[in-house]
Design a protein around this ligand. Sequence first.
Ligand code: FDA
Ligand code: NAD
Length: 434
Amino acid sequence: MTVKDFKYVIAGGGVAAGYAAKEFAKQGVKPGELAVISKEAVAPYERPALSKAYLFPEGFARLPGFHVCVGSGGERQPPEWYKENGIELILSTEIVKADLAGKTLTSAAGDTFKYQTLIIATGSSVIRLTDFGVQGADSKNIFYLREIDDADKLVDAIKAKKNGKCVIVGGGYIGLEISAVMKMNNVDVTTVYPEPWCMPRLFTAELAAFYEGYYSNKGINIIKGTVAAGFTADANGDVKEVKLKDGRVLEANIVVVGVGARPLINLFKGQLQEEKGGIKTDGFFKTSNPDVYAVGDVATFPLKLYSEIRRVEHVDHARKSAEQAVKALKASEKGKSIEEYDYLPYFYSRSFDLSWQFYGDNVGETVIFGDNNPAAPKAKFGTYWTKDGKVVGAFLESGTPEENKAIAKVARAQPPVESLEKLKAEGLTFATKF
Ligand code: FDA
Ligand code: NAD
């Protein structure tokens, strides 16, 4: 049992941790001042790869190819990078206790880590069907996807069940991205979700209709308006059937579940203020304890643009919040301050040959523009959200880098619109001429 003492500790070793380490290295840390403690066995990597290129049948991504910070065009940070920068990377180490009053973390192995400043970057964990007591949900070959170990298990299953039958439970990000990549692996795919259309937290019915049509044309079977109510397994305990609530039964030898995530904040319960399911921070990611910062998925922060506080479970915010927190804490050590975080929400996804980006807020009325025929050889379309006569959100499928920049600019600037009809007629030009 060891006791180690650091000036700064980052709890968690995912995207936000990696980008925080990058900013520490940029600002300057002395050898031995900073530790990153992660329960994963590998250095921080770009998590989005796990539901995309990591699962490709050919030309797949593997570490060290996608360690942070390659996702934002930065220098790759394999384990050697941490060594060279005097940062202690403590892997395969789960923190099981956090005593914020005593400024001490304890690992599952009983080791103690003391800190002066803590950055919480523990991210999220998946919601499991066993959490709701779904019958048979603990059968073998029912997979979730959060960490590289999960992705490795799925890769093994795809290989073992060549030309298998897969049921995907959930119509969110994981559901759509994994459905596509399973199909690319020549697996028979049925995707099941309870809502009337996919990605209901972001997509309008019209946007969803394109992706559902495109997926159907690729041979993916979509079943909407019902949920997986139970599973049956064979004598080995391997999943065999998915029983839907509407009575249908689907054959399956692989099931992938993506029914949402939950921020990992239990370690800090009762020690920090919480809001909207996360740890409440200010615009510098400082929590209710002045020596503790929280970044990435766990942080509920002021979204200045909308005068609201929100939690965001996306990679762009994980990167930027980490950078902001380290800049703020380093500035405060010099008695200086920096500008408050002023984030423009940005989400994206990629599957098959498709790639969309969304910026801003998806509230108010919507107009769809462009060619959204799922059978079109090169469909290109988008949607604007307008509120109080201004554009507040913009979505674009298959945009060029310049076009994506243009929709981001519009979502940030919130220009007024004369009428929805005019906006629809102008379409992408409204953004590109802006
Ligand atoms: P993140 O989950 O990255 O890291 C948390 C780390 O803390 C993990 O290493 C974990 O093991 C560790 N940890 C947790 N508890 C611990 C403890 N007690 N002790 C030690 N370590 C602990 N977003 C997007 O915008 N575009 C995209 O395409 C995708 N794609 C995508 C695919 C998949 C498969 C997932 C799961 C998620 C995405 N996301 C995404 C979301 C994005 O990856 C996510 O928002 C960020 O990874 C959040 O970064 P964090 O650092 O907050 O958590
Ligand atoms: P999600 O919240 O995007 O989607 C959850 C979906 O689960 C819902 O849309 C619904 O269709 C479905 N659902 C909910 N309860 C269900 C039930 N009982 N049975 C069947 N379906 C049910 O969550 P996710 O797709 O699991 O993603 C997990 C996390 O990973 C999120 O934080 C997400 O932001 C992140 N992620 C992001 C991206 C991206 O940004 N491109 C990609 C992958 C994952």
